[in-house]
Each structure stands twice: as structure tokens, then as C-alpha cells.
Design a protein around this ligand. Structure first.
Ligand code: KG4
Ligand code: ZN
Length: 343
């Protein structure tokens, strides 16, 4: 069985052909970093225009690399949300058009669920659930309790910035590029994490919720004081940037890890699954491995941690498909996950 996956939730247009659940025949990703780098973050209107230009060539390339013809595709899986509404519409309308033309089944996939699934694509699923899932991306920061594939409850999520977003904003404050995560990680590796006593926010009565907006603002005010400049980007030495990056990263990761540990005590999972762009961070991986010793930790491969269509297509093997008529009638994008409720 060949599933064509499509992903267009944010700033990557991606198409992938997957067969037999985990045999990834192609995973073509067209990144829009060049476009959004100019502004230091994703501009939704520009993102959806770029998706509409690239989705067809990206899909053609994915079919070509997989050596699978369009007619041989058995079903189409598309990221349905959460994401940017205009960006989602491009992928979903394209998927509906293809399903209609091919008269093939269609399924809408939850992007967050796919990020978590990405970490276990190549693993036997028997001894993983119940699990704690942690999504740390540019748009989401959440801890979920996963009873089994498809059965999730929200343990905590961010009330303001997502973790990746905070990395991106701190990078912008330092006058550096988008996406900020890899740049901050590199700088942090050479800096002193104890130089500045930054702390992530806490949310009253919600011990699992996250708040990174104040952390980013603390970085801003610290730099204002240090440089006597009123506006970012601040003019700093390389060592100052390294120390800021290391102290910010330490504060963000300590907060996340402390909440994951707490959830592991409360929910007694058999494993912890990490997904999303920030999961690529080697320091985060090292700290988690050091602090959660008694449970297996699953991280996605480098290619699978950022937005990609292979995770969408692979997860679709576990989902019921709709006929193309039903799919065309009922698949609509969502900006927030409609199924996630609190434990
Ligand atoms: O999962 P993703 O590709 O897109 C969303 O669904 O949002 O995540 C992108 C985010 C960006 O904010 C980026 O700065 C962050 O992941 N990121 C990192 C690293 N690599 C990417 N954050 C920290 N350390 C990294 N090495
Ligand atoms: Zn994502």
C-alpha cells in the first residue's frame, strides 16, 4: 500500500510516499526559511502563497523519488491542523483535488500527533504505551498523556510563546537569523549557563503549563541594561551572546525537564516520546537522557523532527480513511486541536 502524505501547516511544504507503515520511499521538504528570515519569523500570508507555488512540484518530486506513479497511490493523508489557517487550506484543498481526480480515500492527520509519532516510526509499538508525549516546536509546547496511538489527553501546554518561538525571538533580539534554535544551541555550547539567572514563567494553579514570553522579555531587559541601547538587535561581543544563549537555554530546558519528570511520576508511563523542531537540540537530548534514566526516551531522527510529510503519511496507516466524497465534504482545517482535552 502506498500513502501520499502532504504537509503545509507552517513554513515547510512537504510531500512523501510511505509504504508498509515505516518504509519511507521519499520525503521532499521545501523550506521557506529564506523567505521568513528577512522578517525574523513566519509571515502567514507569505507562507501560504509560497505553499501554493511549491505544493505541486514538491508532490511531483516525491512521486518521482519514490518511483511511484500517481495512479499507484492508494490513499492520501494530509496535515489537517493545528497550523496557520491559510497554509493548511493550501494542503487540504490540494489533497481534496487529488483525491477527487484519483477517486482515492483521504484522511486528515493531526500535526502534533504526527510529531510525536515521528519518534517511534521505526520501533515496535507494543511496549511503548501508555506514554508521555512532549511536543516542542516553533508553534507548540505541550505535554500529553498517550494511552495508545490516537488516544491523547493534554497534561499541559504553553499559555503564550512556544519553546521554539522563544528561541527564535531571542535570536532576533541578538540580531541573529531565523530559525533561532540551531544558532542559539551553537552559541550556548560555548557560553556560561549560570551567567544570567533567567527563569521560565509559572502559571498559577497549572503546574504543567508553560510560559516563555516573560523569559524572552527578561533577555531583552537584561540586554537593554547591559548595553544602554533601547532597541534590539543589541550590539554584543561574541562572548556576551554565548553567555546569554547558554543562560536562556538552560532556563528553558530546566523548566521543561522538571515538568516532564513530574508527569512521569504522576502518570507512570512506559516511555517518553519527544517531537518537534526543538527535539533536535543535542543539549536537550543529553539533559533528558541524564535526568530520566529509568524510562526509554524516543527522539525523532534529524529529518523527522522538523515539519515533514513522512510523519503524516506514516501515522495515516493507523487511521481510518474516508472515501474521497466524505473527505471532500468533511475535511476542514483547524488552528487548534479540537480533540485534546485535559487529563
Ligand atoms: O517542528 P518545527 O519544524 O515547526 C513547527 O511545527 O513549529 O519546529 C521549528 C522550531 C523553530 O522554532 C526552531 O527554532 C526550533 O524548532 N529548533 C530548535 C533547534 N532546531 C530547530 N530549537 C532549539 N534547538 C535546536 N537545535
Ligand atoms: Zn511542526
Amino acid at each position: 500500500m502506498f500513502i501520499l502524505g502532504l504537509e503545509s501547516t507552517c513554513d515547510e511544504t512537504s510531500a512523501s510516499v510511505v509504504s508498509n507503515e515505516n518504509l519511507i520511499l521519499s520525503n521532499v521538504i521545501a523550506s521557506q526559511i529564506d523567505l521568513h528570515n528577512l522578517y525574523g519569523g513566519v509571515i502567514p500570508e507569505l507562507a501560504c502563497r509560497r505553499h501554493s507555488e511549491t505544493i505541486l512540484p514538491v508532490t511531483q518530486k516525491a512521486l518521482c523519488e519514490a518511483n511511484v506513479s500517481l495512479e499507484a497511490i492508494d490513499a492520501i493523508a494530509v496535515a489537517q491542523g493545528p497550523g496557520l489557517i491559510g497554509a493548511l487550506l493550501v494542503g487540504i484543498q490540494f489533497a481534496k483535488g487529488l483525491a477527487y481526480r484519483l477517486q482515492k480515500p483521504l484522511v486528515g492527520i493531526n500535526h502534533i500527533e504526527a510529531h510525536l509519532y515521528a519518534s517511534i516510526i521505526n520501533h515496535p509499538k507494543e511496549d511503548i504505551f501508555p506514554a508521555i508525549g512532549v511536543v516542542v516546536s516553533g508553534a507548540h509546547t505541550a505535554i500529553v498523556f498517550i494511552k495508545k496511538i490516537g488516544a491523547y489527553s493534554l497534561v499541559g501546554s504553553t499559555v503564550d510563546d512556544a519553546m521554539g518561538e522563544a528561541f527564535d525571538k531571542v535570536s532576533k533580539i541578538l540580531g541573529l537569523c531565523y530559525p533561532g534554535g540551531p544558532i542559539i544551541e551553537k552559541l550556548a555550547a560555548k557560553g556560561d549557563p549560570d551567567m544570567y539567572p533567567f527563569k521560565a514563567g509559572t502559571v498559577k494553579n497549572h503546574p504543567y503549563h508553560f510560559s516563555y514570553s516573560g523569559l524572552k522579555t527578561a533577555v531583552f531587559y537584561t540586554l537593554q541594561k547591559m548595553t544602554s541601547q533601547s532597541q534590539a538587535p543589541f550590539i554584543l561581543t561574541e562572548i556576551q551572546k554565548q553567555n546569554i544563549a547558554a543562560s536562556f537555554q538552560k532556563a528553558a530546558f530546566c523548566d521543561l525537564i522538571q515538568k516532564i519528570k513530574k508527569a512521569c511520576i504522576e502518570f507512570s508511563p512506559k516511555a517518553v516520546l519527544i517531537g518537534g523542531g526543538v527535539a533536535q537540540n543535542k543539549q536537550l537530548q543529553k539533559q533528558l537522557q541524564g535526568e530520566i534514566e529509568n524510562l526509554p526516551l524516543f527522539f525523532p531522527s534529524q529529518e523527522m523532527s522538523s515539519d515533514n510529510a513522512a510523519m503524516i503519511a506514516a501515522l495515516a496507516f493507523h487511521k481510518p480513511f474516508l472515501s474521497f466524497e466524505q473527505g471532500i465534504e468533511t475535511l476542514f482545517p483547524y488552528t487548534r486541536d479540537p480533540n485534546l482535552t485535559f487529563v
